[in-house]
Design a protein around this ligand. Structure first.
Ligand SMILES: Nc1ncnc2c1ncn2[C@@H]1O[C@H](COP(=O)(O)OP(=O)(O)OP(=O)(O)O)[C@@H](O)[C@H]1O
Ligand SMILES: [Mg+2]
Length: 450
Protein backbone atom coordinates (compact mmCIF):
# COMPACT_ATOMS: atom_id res chain seq x y z
CA UNK A 1 0.00 0.00 0.00
CA UNK A 2 2.80 2.18 0.91
CA UNK A 3 4.14 1.74 -2.63
CA UNK A 4 0.70 2.42 -4.28
CA UNK A 5 0.12 5.38 -2.16
CA UNK A 6 3.62 6.55 -2.99
CA UNK A 7 2.85 6.29 -6.77
CA UNK A 8 -0.52 7.89 -6.23
CA UNK A 9 1.23 10.76 -4.42
CA UNK A 10 3.76 11.13 -7.19
CA UNK A 11 1.02 11.32 -9.85
CA UNK A 12 -0.86 13.88 -7.82
CA UNK A 13 2.31 15.91 -7.35
CA UNK A 14 3.06 15.84 -11.09
CA UNK A 15 -0.47 17.04 -11.94
CA UNK A 16 -0.17 19.82 -9.39
CA UNK A 17 3.23 20.76 -10.81
CA UNK A 18 1.86 20.96 -14.36
CA UNK A 19 -1.03 23.07 -13.24
CA UNK A 20 1.29 25.52 -11.50
CA UNK A 21 3.57 25.66 -14.53
CA UNK A 22 0.63 26.41 -16.82
CA UNK A 23 -0.59 29.09 -14.46
CA UNK A 24 2.88 30.64 -14.40
CA UNK A 25 3.15 30.65 -18.21
CA UNK A 26 -0.29 32.20 -18.52
CA UNK A 27 0.66 34.93 -16.07
CA UNK A 28 3.86 35.57 -18.03
CA UNK A 29 1.93 35.77 -21.32
CA UNK A 30 -0.58 38.15 -19.75
CA UNK A 31 2.21 40.31 -18.41
CA UNK A 32 3.88 40.45 -21.82
CA UNK A 33 0.57 41.28 -23.51
CA UNK A 34 -0.01 44.05 -20.97
CA UNK A 35 3.45 45.42 -21.54
CA UNK A 36 2.93 45.36 -25.30
CA UNK A 37 -0.42 47.11 -24.95
CA UNK A 38 1.18 49.77 -22.77
CA UNK A 39 3.98 50.36 -25.25
CA UNK A 40 1.51 50.64 -28.13
CA UNK A 41 -0.57 53.12 -26.16
CA UNK A 42 2.54 55.14 -25.37
CA UNK A 43 3.64 55.17 -29.04
CA UNK A 44 0.16 56.35 -30.08
CA UNK A 45 0.31 59.11 -27.43
CA UNK A 46 3.72 60.16 -28.68
CA UNK A 47 2.45 60.43 -32.23
CA UNK A 48 -0.46 62.55 -31.04
CA UNK A 49 1.97 64.91 -29.21
CA UNK A 50 4.12 65.23 -32.30
CA UNK A 51 1.14 65.95 -34.53
CA UNK A 52 -0.30 68.56 -32.18
CA UNK A 53 3.09 70.28 -31.77
CA UNK A 54 2.89 73.64 -33.56
CA UNK A 55 6.63 74.05 -34.08
CA UNK A 56 8.13 72.19 -37.02
CA UNK A 57 9.51 68.97 -35.75
CA UNK A 58 13.27 69.19 -36.29
CA UNK A 59 14.68 66.05 -34.88
CA UNK A 60 18.41 66.54 -34.18
CA UNK A 61 20.46 63.45 -34.64
CA UNK A 62 22.30 63.12 -31.36
CA UNK A 63 22.76 59.36 -31.18
CA UNK A 64 24.69 57.02 -33.41
CA UNK A 65 22.91 55.33 -36.34
CA UNK A 66 20.24 52.86 -35.30
CA UNK A 67 19.76 54.36 -31.85
CA UNK A 68 18.01 57.39 -33.26
CA UNK A 69 14.60 55.71 -33.52
CA UNK A 70 14.72 53.88 -30.21
CA UNK A 71 11.49 54.39 -28.27
CA UNK A 72 11.88 56.67 -25.30
CA UNK A 73 10.96 55.15 -21.92
CA UNK A 74 7.39 55.62 -20.81
CA UNK A 75 6.96 58.74 -18.70
CA UNK A 76 10.35 60.15 -19.79
CA UNK A 77 10.15 63.87 -20.68
CA UNK A 78 11.16 64.95 -24.16
CA UNK A 79 14.12 67.36 -23.88
CA UNK A 80 15.30 69.76 -26.57
CA UNK A 81 19.03 69.47 -26.90
CA UNK A 82 21.36 72.08 -28.36
CA UNK A 83 24.92 71.44 -29.26
CA UNK A 84 27.01 73.79 -27.10
CA UNK A 85 30.47 74.91 -28.31
CA UNK A 86 31.92 73.75 -25.02
CA UNK A 87 35.43 74.02 -23.67
CA UNK A 88 38.00 71.60 -24.80
CA UNK A 89 41.67 71.10 -24.16
CA UNK A 90 44.10 72.88 -26.52
CA UNK A 91 45.79 70.64 -29.04
CA UNK A 92 49.43 69.79 -28.47
CA UNK A 93 52.31 71.52 -30.25
CA UNK A 94 53.36 68.11 -31.59
CA UNK A 95 50.57 68.51 -34.17
CA UNK A 96 52.96 70.91 -35.93
CA UNK A 97 56.40 70.41 -37.38
CA UNK A 98 58.68 73.47 -37.32
CA UNK A 99 60.15 74.29 -40.73
CA UNK A 100 62.26 77.34 -39.89
CA UNK A 101 62.52 80.23 -37.44
CA UNK A 102 61.40 83.60 -38.73
CA UNK A 103 61.99 86.18 -36.05
CA UNK A 104 62.46 86.72 -32.37
CA UNK A 105 60.35 89.70 -31.32
CA UNK A 106 59.99 91.36 -27.95
CA UNK A 107 57.03 89.20 -26.98
CA UNK A 108 57.48 85.97 -28.87
CA UNK A 109 59.43 83.67 -31.14
CA UNK A 110 57.83 83.34 -34.56
CA UNK A 111 58.46 80.34 -36.78
CA UNK A 112 57.10 78.75 -39.93
CA UNK A 113 55.59 75.32 -39.40
CA UNK A 114 53.51 72.62 -41.07
CA UNK A 115 50.31 71.11 -39.66
CA UNK A 116 51.06 67.38 -39.66
CA UNK A 117 47.49 66.23 -40.43
CA UNK A 118 46.76 68.66 -43.29
CA UNK A 119 50.19 69.76 -44.51
CA UNK A 120 49.07 73.40 -44.26
CA UNK A 121 51.89 75.88 -43.65
CA UNK A 122 51.23 78.17 -40.68
CA UNK A 123 53.08 80.68 -38.52
CA UNK A 124 53.61 79.82 -34.84
CA UNK A 125 54.20 82.53 -32.27
CA UNK A 126 55.48 81.07 -29.01
CA UNK A 127 54.67 83.46 -26.21
CA UNK A 128 57.62 84.72 -24.18
CA UNK A 129 57.06 84.49 -20.46
CA UNK A 130 60.25 86.43 -19.59
CA UNK A 131 58.61 89.59 -18.36
CA UNK A 132 55.83 87.83 -16.65
CA UNK A 133 55.60 88.62 -12.98
CA UNK A 134 51.91 88.13 -12.28
CA UNK A 135 51.02 85.02 -14.25
CA UNK A 136 50.28 84.84 -17.96
CA UNK A 137 51.57 87.98 -19.77
CA UNK A 138 48.87 90.61 -20.24
CA UNK A 139 50.26 91.43 -23.71
CA UNK A 140 49.60 87.87 -24.84
CA UNK A 141 46.15 87.81 -23.25
CA UNK A 142 45.23 91.00 -25.08
CA UNK A 143 46.74 89.80 -28.34
CA UNK A 144 44.80 86.52 -28.21
CA UNK A 145 41.47 87.98 -27.14
CA UNK A 146 41.61 90.89 -29.61
CA UNK A 147 42.74 88.70 -32.52
CA UNK A 148 39.88 86.31 -31.76
CA UNK A 149 37.39 89.16 -32.12
CA UNK A 150 39.05 91.07 -34.94
CA UNK A 151 38.20 88.96 -37.97
CA UNK A 152 38.94 91.06 -41.05
CA UNK A 153 40.43 90.47 -44.50
CA UNK A 154 43.37 92.73 -43.61
CA UNK A 155 44.05 91.35 -40.13
CA UNK A 156 46.12 88.20 -39.67
CA UNK A 157 43.96 85.16 -38.92
CA UNK A 158 44.52 83.48 -35.55
CA UNK A 159 43.63 79.82 -36.06
CA UNK A 160 44.06 78.31 -32.60
CA UNK A 161 46.18 78.19 -29.47
CA UNK A 162 48.25 75.06 -28.88
CA UNK A 163 50.21 74.01 -25.83
CA UNK A 164 53.41 72.10 -25.25
CA UNK A 165 54.18 70.08 -22.15
CA UNK A 166 54.61 72.93 -19.71
CA UNK A 167 52.11 75.60 -18.69
CA UNK A 168 54.53 78.21 -20.01
CA UNK A 169 54.58 76.63 -23.46
CA UNK A 170 51.74 78.49 -25.16
CA UNK A 171 51.78 78.97 -28.91
CA UNK A 172 49.54 80.98 -31.22
CA UNK A 173 48.84 79.36 -34.58
CA UNK A 174 48.28 81.93 -37.34
CA UNK A 175 47.98 81.93 -41.10
CA UNK A 176 51.47 82.16 -42.61
CA UNK A 177 52.19 85.36 -44.54
CA UNK A 178 55.24 85.49 -46.79
CA UNK A 179 56.55 89.00 -46.04
CA UNK A 180 56.51 91.88 -43.64
CA UNK A 181 56.82 95.38 -45.09
CA UNK A 182 59.99 96.14 -43.14
CA UNK A 183 61.90 93.18 -44.56
CA UNK A 184 60.55 93.85 -48.04
CA UNK A 185 61.57 97.48 -47.88
CA UNK A 186 65.10 96.50 -46.82
CA UNK A 187 65.40 94.04 -49.70
CA UNK A 188 63.84 96.15 -52.45
CA UNK A 189 66.01 98.14 -54.80
CA UNK A 190 63.44 100.86 -55.50
CA UNK A 191 60.63 102.11 -53.28
CA UNK A 192 57.05 100.99 -53.92
CA UNK A 193 55.37 102.67 -56.90
CA UNK A 194 52.73 105.34 -56.09
CA UNK A 195 49.94 102.95 -57.16
CA UNK A 196 51.37 100.23 -54.88
CA UNK A 197 51.66 102.64 -51.96
CA UNK A 198 47.98 103.48 -52.40
CA UNK A 199 46.96 99.80 -52.37
CA UNK A 200 48.95 99.18 -49.19
CA UNK A 201 47.72 102.32 -47.47
CA UNK A 202 44.13 101.59 -48.39
CA UNK A 203 44.30 98.08 -46.93
CA UNK A 204 46.03 99.36 -43.81
CA UNK A 205 43.35 102.06 -43.44
CA UNK A 206 40.67 99.43 -43.84
CA UNK A 207 42.15 97.23 -41.06
CA UNK A 208 42.71 100.17 -38.71
CA UNK A 209 39.25 101.62 -39.50
CA UNK A 210 37.73 98.27 -38.56
CA UNK A 211 39.65 98.22 -35.27
CA UNK A 212 38.70 101.79 -34.38
CA UNK A 213 35.04 101.15 -35.24
CA UNK A 214 35.26 98.34 -32.72
CA UNK A 215 36.92 100.64 -30.17
CA UNK A 216 40.31 98.95 -30.38
CA UNK A 217 43.62 100.82 -30.66
CA UNK A 218 46.54 98.87 -32.11
CA UNK A 219 49.23 101.02 -30.45
CA UNK A 220 52.16 99.49 -32.30
CA UNK A 221 51.65 100.20 -35.99
CA UNK A 222 54.96 99.92 -37.86
CA UNK A 223 56.18 98.28 -41.03
CA UNK A 224 57.50 95.14 -39.28
CA UNK A 225 54.00 94.49 -37.90
CA UNK A 226 52.40 94.75 -41.34
CA UNK A 227 52.48 91.54 -43.36
CA UNK A 228 52.00 91.12 -47.10
CA UNK A 229 51.26 87.89 -48.92
CA UNK A 230 52.19 87.04 -52.48
CA UNK A 231 48.70 87.97 -53.67
CA UNK A 232 49.19 91.61 -52.66
CA UNK A 233 47.00 91.25 -49.57
CA UNK A 234 48.09 93.18 -46.53
CA UNK A 235 47.50 91.70 -43.05
CA UNK A 236 47.98 93.63 -39.86
CA UNK A 237 49.72 91.63 -37.11
CA UNK A 238 51.22 91.90 -33.62
CA UNK A 239 48.39 92.90 -31.31
CA UNK A 240 50.56 92.69 -28.18
CA UNK A 241 50.09 96.40 -27.43
CA UNK A 242 46.47 96.61 -28.58
CA UNK A 243 43.64 97.41 -26.20
CA UNK A 244 40.07 98.61 -26.09
CA UNK A 245 39.55 102.35 -25.94
CA UNK A 246 38.74 103.07 -22.27
CA UNK A 247 36.07 105.54 -21.11
CA UNK A 248 37.10 109.22 -21.52
CA UNK A 249 39.79 110.46 -19.14
CA UNK A 250 40.76 106.99 -17.94
CA UNK A 251 44.57 107.07 -17.63
CA UNK A 252 46.46 104.96 -20.14
CA UNK A 253 50.10 103.96 -20.24
CA UNK A 254 52.16 106.42 -22.27
CA UNK A 255 54.86 103.95 -23.10
CA UNK A 256 53.26 102.51 -26.19
CA UNK A 257 54.19 102.49 -29.88
CA UNK A 258 57.74 101.89 -31.11
CA UNK A 259 59.71 105.18 -30.88
CA UNK A 260 59.91 106.05 -34.60
CA UNK A 261 56.13 105.76 -34.97
CA UNK A 262 55.15 107.34 -31.65
CA UNK A 263 52.79 110.32 -31.74
CA UNK A 264 53.95 113.66 -30.22
CA UNK A 265 51.20 113.65 -27.57
CA UNK A 266 52.61 110.35 -26.24
CA UNK A 267 56.14 111.73 -26.21
CA UNK A 268 54.82 114.73 -24.31
CA UNK A 269 53.30 112.50 -21.65
CA UNK A 270 49.58 112.53 -22.53
CA UNK A 271 47.75 109.85 -20.53
CA UNK A 272 44.40 110.55 -22.09
CA UNK A 273 44.96 109.68 -25.73
CA UNK A 274 42.87 107.98 -28.36
CA UNK A 275 42.89 106.19 -31.73
CA UNK A 276 44.57 109.30 -33.22
CA UNK A 277 47.91 107.84 -32.09
CA UNK A 278 47.39 105.04 -34.65
CA UNK A 279 46.70 107.64 -37.36
CA UNK A 280 50.04 109.32 -36.58
CA UNK A 281 51.77 105.95 -37.03
CA UNK A 282 49.95 105.50 -40.35
CA UNK A 283 51.38 108.87 -41.40
CA UNK A 284 54.89 107.62 -40.52
CA UNK A 285 54.26 104.40 -42.47
CA UNK A 286 52.92 106.35 -45.48
CA UNK A 287 56.11 108.44 -45.56
CA UNK A 288 58.23 105.31 -45.12
CA UNK A 289 56.54 103.47 -48.01
CA UNK A 290 57.26 106.47 -50.24
CA UNK A 291 60.88 106.91 -49.22
CA UNK A 292 61.81 103.27 -48.45
CA UNK A 293 63.04 104.11 -44.98
CA UNK A 294 61.55 105.28 -41.69
CA UNK A 295 61.11 109.06 -41.81
CA UNK A 296 61.55 109.89 -38.11
CA UNK A 297 64.45 107.87 -36.77
CA UNK A 298 64.98 109.44 -33.35
CA UNK A 299 67.78 108.11 -31.13
CA UNK A 300 65.67 108.64 -28.02
CA UNK A 301 62.48 110.42 -27.00
CA UNK A 302 64.00 113.93 -27.11
CA UNK A 303 65.63 113.31 -30.46
CA UNK A 304 62.37 111.86 -31.77
CA UNK A 305 60.46 114.97 -30.70
CA UNK A 306 63.14 117.13 -32.20
CA UNK A 307 62.89 115.31 -35.55
CA UNK A 308 59.10 115.55 -35.48
CA UNK A 309 59.20 119.31 -34.92
CA UNK A 310 61.85 119.69 -37.62
CA UNK A 311 59.55 117.97 -40.15
CA UNK A 312 56.12 119.11 -39.04
CA UNK A 313 56.90 122.52 -37.58
CA UNK A 314 56.66 123.74 -34.02
CA UNK A 315 53.43 123.57 -32.11
CA UNK A 316 51.77 126.58 -30.59
CA UNK A 317 48.56 127.33 -28.71
CA UNK A 318 46.72 128.10 -31.93
CA UNK A 319 47.71 125.02 -33.94
CA UNK A 320 47.46 122.74 -30.92
CA UNK A 321 45.28 124.13 -28.17
CA UNK A 322 46.13 122.54 -24.85
CA UNK A 323 49.62 121.57 -25.96
CA UNK A 324 51.29 123.53 -23.12
CA UNK A 325 49.21 121.67 -20.56
CA UNK A 326 50.73 118.29 -21.52
CA UNK A 327 52.99 116.99 -18.70
CA UNK A 328 56.28 117.10 -20.59
CA UNK A 329 55.52 120.28 -22.57
CA UNK A 330 56.53 122.27 -19.51
CA UNK A 331 60.06 121.09 -20.09
CA UNK A 332 60.11 122.54 -23.60
CA UNK A 333 61.19 126.05 -24.29
CA UNK A 334 59.62 126.95 -27.59
CA UNK A 335 59.88 130.45 -29.03
CA UNK A 336 56.27 131.61 -29.38
CA UNK A 337 56.92 133.89 -32.36
CA UNK A 338 58.56 131.17 -34.43
CA UNK A 339 57.98 130.96 -38.16
CA UNK A 340 59.17 127.41 -38.32
CA UNK A 341 56.47 125.45 -40.13
CA UNK A 342 56.04 122.08 -41.83
CA UNK A 343 58.53 121.03 -44.50
CA UNK A 344 56.58 117.93 -45.56
CA UNK A 345 55.67 119.40 -48.96
CA UNK A 346 59.30 120.15 -49.82
CA UNK A 347 60.58 116.79 -48.52
CA UNK A 348 58.15 114.74 -50.59
CA UNK A 349 58.41 116.62 -53.85
CA UNK A 350 57.25 113.64 -55.91
CA UNK A 351 53.88 113.53 -54.10
CA UNK A 352 50.82 115.08 -55.71
CA UNK A 353 49.09 117.91 -53.86
CA UNK A 354 46.42 115.50 -52.65
CA UNK A 355 49.07 113.05 -51.41
CA UNK A 356 51.01 115.79 -49.62
CA UNK A 357 47.81 117.10 -48.08
CA UNK A 358 46.94 113.63 -46.75
CA UNK A 359 50.43 113.03 -45.37
CA UNK A 360 50.46 116.47 -43.72
CA UNK A 361 47.09 115.86 -42.08
CA UNK A 362 48.12 112.41 -40.79
CA UNK A 363 51.25 114.00 -39.34
CA UNK A 364 49.32 116.78 -37.66
CA UNK A 365 50.90 117.55 -34.26
CA UNK A 366 47.48 118.26 -32.88
CA UNK A 367 45.71 114.86 -32.67
CA UNK A 368 42.40 116.54 -33.46
CA UNK A 369 43.80 117.61 -36.84
CA UNK A 370 44.37 114.03 -38.01
CA UNK A 371 41.76 112.32 -40.18
CA UNK A 372 40.01 109.20 -38.89
CA UNK A 373 40.75 105.98 -40.78
CA UNK A 374 37.36 106.27 -42.47
CA UNK A 375 38.03 109.87 -43.53
CA UNK A 376 41.46 108.85 -44.79
CA UNK A 377 39.96 106.20 -47.08
CA UNK A 378 37.68 108.82 -48.62
CA UNK A 379 40.57 111.16 -49.40
CA UNK A 380 40.90 112.26 -53.08
CA UNK A 381 44.45 110.82 -53.03
CA UNK A 382 42.92 107.36 -53.53
CA UNK A 383 40.75 108.34 -56.49
CA UNK A 384 43.20 110.50 -58.45
CA UNK A 385 45.65 108.97 -60.92
CA UNK A 386 47.54 106.75 -60.60
CA UNK A 387 44.78 104.62 -59.10
CA UNK A 388 45.58 102.03 -56.43
CA UNK A 389 46.98 98.89 -58.04
CA UNK A 390 44.59 95.91 -57.75
CA UNK A 391 46.14 93.58 -55.12
CA UNK A 392 46.15 90.64 -57.56
CA UNK A 393 48.40 92.69 -59.90
CA UNK A 394 50.91 93.24 -57.11
CA UNK A 395 54.38 91.92 -57.90
CA UNK A 396 55.40 88.87 -55.87
CA UNK A 397 58.70 88.83 -54.04
CA UNK A 398 60.88 85.94 -52.84
CA UNK A 399 59.93 85.19 -49.24
CA UNK A 400 62.58 85.71 -46.56
CA UNK A 401 60.28 84.04 -44.03
CA UNK A 402 60.70 80.75 -45.83
CA UNK A 403 64.45 80.98 -45.44
CA UNK A 404 66.70 82.38 -42.78
CA UNK A 405 65.69 84.66 -39.90
CA UNK A 406 64.22 87.93 -41.04
CA UNK A 407 66.42 90.89 -40.39
CA UNK A 408 65.28 93.79 -38.30
CA UNK A 409 66.77 97.28 -38.24
CA UNK A 410 64.24 99.20 -36.21
CA UNK A 411 63.72 99.71 -32.50
CA UNK A 412 61.58 97.19 -30.63
CA UNK A 413 58.17 97.79 -29.20
CA UNK A 414 58.39 99.32 -25.74
CA UNK A 415 58.66 96.84 -22.89
CA UNK A 416 55.96 96.90 -20.29
CA UNK A 417 56.99 98.24 -16.95
CA UNK A 418 59.45 100.77 -18.37
CA UNK A 419 56.99 103.67 -18.15
CA UNK A 420 58.11 106.54 -15.93
CA UNK A 421 56.19 106.92 -12.67
CA UNK A 422 54.44 110.26 -12.84
CA UNK A 423 53.50 112.18 -9.70
CA UNK A 424 54.06 111.55 -6.00
CA UNK A 425 57.40 113.37 -6.14
CA UNK A 426 58.72 110.67 -8.48
CA UNK A 427 58.46 112.69 -11.66
CA UNK A 428 61.38 111.25 -13.54
CA UNK A 429 62.13 112.63 -16.96
CA UNK A 430 65.10 110.39 -17.47
CA UNK A 431 63.15 108.02 -19.74
CA UNK A 432 61.43 110.85 -21.60
CA UNK A 433 64.46 113.11 -21.86
CA UNK A 434 66.93 110.34 -21.32
CA UNK A 435 70.54 111.16 -20.54
CA UNK A 436 70.25 114.86 -21.29
CA UNK A 437 72.48 116.83 -18.95
CA UNK A 438 72.17 120.06 -20.85
CA UNK A 439 69.78 121.84 -23.13
CA UNK A 440 69.45 120.16 -26.46
CA UNK A 441 69.04 122.22 -29.56
CA UNK A 442 66.55 121.04 -32.15
CA UNK A 443 64.70 122.70 -35.01
CA UNK A 444 64.95 126.23 -33.63
CA UNK A 445 63.70 125.22 -30.20
CA UNK A 446 65.22 124.06 -27.00
CA UNK A 447 64.50 121.14 -24.73
CA UNK A 448 65.40 121.34 -21.09
CA UNK A 449 65.32 118.86 -18.30
CA UNK A 450 62.21 119.65 -16.25
N1 LIG B 1 51.51 85.23 -39.36
C1 LIG B 1 52.77 85.46 -39.71
N2 LIG B 1 53.29 84.96 -40.84
C2 LIG B 1 54.58 85.20 -41.16
N3 LIG B 1 55.42 85.93 -40.44
C3 LIG B 1 54.97 86.46 -39.29
C4 LIG B 1 53.63 86.25 -38.85
N4 LIG B 1 53.46 86.90 -37.68
C5 LIG B 1 54.63 87.49 -37.40
N5 LIG B 1 55.54 87.23 -38.35
C6 LIG B 1 56.95 87.70 -38.39
O1 LIG B 1 57.49 87.69 -37.09
C7 LIG B 1 57.87 89.03 -36.72
C8 LIG B 1 57.59 89.22 -35.24
O2 LIG B 1 56.20 88.99 -34.99
P1 LIG B 1 55.39 89.89 -33.96
O3 LIG B 1 55.56 91.31 -34.34
O4 LIG B 1 54.00 89.37 -33.89
O5 LIG B 1 56.17 89.54 -32.61
P2 LIG B 1 56.61 90.46 -31.42
O6 LIG B 1 57.32 89.63 -30.47
O7 LIG B 1 55.42 91.18 -30.90
O8 LIG B 1 57.60 91.44 -32.15
P3 LIG B 1 58.09 92.92 -31.88
O9 LIG B 1 57.95 93.22 -30.47
O10 LIG B 1 59.48 92.91 -32.36
O11 LIG B 1 57.20 93.80 -32.72
C9 LIG B 1 57.10 89.95 -37.65
O12 LIG B 1 57.79 91.16 -37.84
C10 LIG B 1 57.03 89.13 -38.91
O13 LIG B 1 58.24 89.27 -39.65
MG1 LIG C 1 56.11 93.06 -33.95
Amino acid sequence: MAGASRWADEEGDRAEKDRRKKEKEEKKRAKLAKQQAEEEAKARAEQRVQRSDERPSKKRKLSPDGEEDAQPQFGERKLLRFEAPGWGPCRHTSNFETLNHIEEGSYGWVSRAKAISTGEVVALKKIKMDYNQDGFPITALREISILQQARHANIVDLREIVMGNGLDDVVMVMEFIEHDLKTLEEDMFDPFKPSEVKTLLRQLGSAVGFLHENHIMHRDLKTSNILLNNRGQLKLADFGMARHVPPPHAPLTQLVVTLWYRAPELLLGAEDYGPEIDMWSIGCIFGELLSKEPILQGKDEVDELSKIFALCGLPNDKTWPGFYRLPNAKALKIPRDTKSGSVIRSKFTFLTNAGAELLTSLLSLNPAGRPTAKQMLQHPYFTENPRPMPPEMFPSFPSKAGQEKRRKHSPNAPRRGDAPKIGGGELDFSSIFAGREEEQKGAGFQLRIG
